[in-house]
Design a protein around this ligand. Sequence first.
Ligand code: FMN
Ligand code: MN
Length: 453
Amino acid sequence: MNDLRTYMDQLANRPGNLLTTEVSVDPKLELTRIVYMLEKQNKRPAVFFKKVRGSDLPVLTNLFGNRERLALAMDTTEEKLNQVYREREKRPIPPVIVASGPIQERVMTGDEVDLTRFPIVHHNSGDAGPYITAGVTTVKDPDTGIRNAGMYRFMLRNRNQLSVYLAEANHVYYIYRKYCEKKQNMPIAITIGAHPVFYLGSLSFGSIDTDEYAVIGGLSGGAMQVVKCKSVDLEVPASGEICLEGYIDWEKREPEGPFGELHTLYGETMNQPVVTITAVTMRHDPIYHDVCSGDVEHQLMGGIPRLGQIYNQVKVACPGIRDVYMPPSGYCRTACYVSIKKYVEGEPANGAAAVFSADPFVRHAVFVDEDVNIFDDYEVLKAVNLNMDISKCFIIHNAKGSQIDPASRSGVVTKIGIDATRPLKSKFARINFNEGIGGIDLAKIFKNSAVKL
Ligand SMILES: Cc1cc2nc3c(=O)[nH]c(=O)nc-3n(C[C@H](O)[C@H](O)[C@H](O)COP(=O)(O)O)c2cc1C
Ligand SMILES: [Mn+2]
């Protein structure tokens, strides 16, 4: 796995993909407004703010703002991104431990820890405070010792404490519950800033027994080099920028939020665990990485890693599956489009059940025939409007969803599988609009028309 800087150099050679500025910006609201303004103009560059008020560190944000950059992170093209991700995900490569790495060039412990010196971004005015949004958190299952990684947001509380939101659907929540049952604090390591493939792999949607570091190795085509943390029994990428080491208190829960969520609405204040930071390690000149919340990048980057697992599970129900996609119109979470070559009637209902089992966040699973382009909402909607028969829709009540989904009741949702495929045996034949047009010359026919063609 390369480092973040190598990747930024690659971006610098791709027009429209990396903007930099030396003008000092405020990490409270101003920084995010700049990204949102660019977004409104349909521009989605990563933005590198070299000077940020109140901190010595620069901030990189919106790194994952388009699929082109996500594909580049995986050394592939946008067209092949989904397929490449799910294929490489199946070939994990375990990490190797190395003696030292840039992420530990500087080490601060005890009273030296001061989180307020980082340019932690306050994204939106309704947020409860500044939030770390681009941290990959690593923990270990206390029973199996298997490593788990994922992205969870952290609210700044004071010099050495954060609040963390652990969604009940995620592995980390189950692991945290195991520690609580043992009345033990859960050691954690938060890596801020690393090559984007590290982020994409941490978001992989495999089983709880999968070590996401091995997935990252598989995605990048080589073992990840990791260093042992200084104050906890965990490992982090040697080539990372910043690491916060500490633990989640098994007893303490305090109000966290509101926070402007990925679907652009503010969530409710929730009682969530408290994190104490015991050590900070970083490079001599670290880059602080941020993900712009409520923005396309949050939706896009989290969407892609979910698709591989959905694909695999649906394939059991629908052997003729072609591809899956979670469109930005559903915030890359609530809706899932699946294209299949249907061999047997009923496959879409079984397939929808598979989608829901693979990803608790999906509420609407839409199945279409293979000739429908699932990357085009309009095409999918046309298939729904033409073929959907409500009596054949598959509804599942009271299922596990997402607490921050506005349509959920404390995380419990009702889901629908929509069969928008054509019946295998239909009495309706399709019009062929190309039939017999070979000999027709429009210019000749309308040569004398009052209004020209
Ligand atoms: C930018 C971003 C922010 C996220 N924030 C959170 C969060 O605050 N809490 C959470 O539980 N999941 C959050 N997620 C989703 C998890 O990272 C994701 O579901 C991951 O696969 C969970 O891994 P795990 O099941 O191994 O714990 C976020 C994802 C992204 C892309
Ligand atoms: Mn996991």
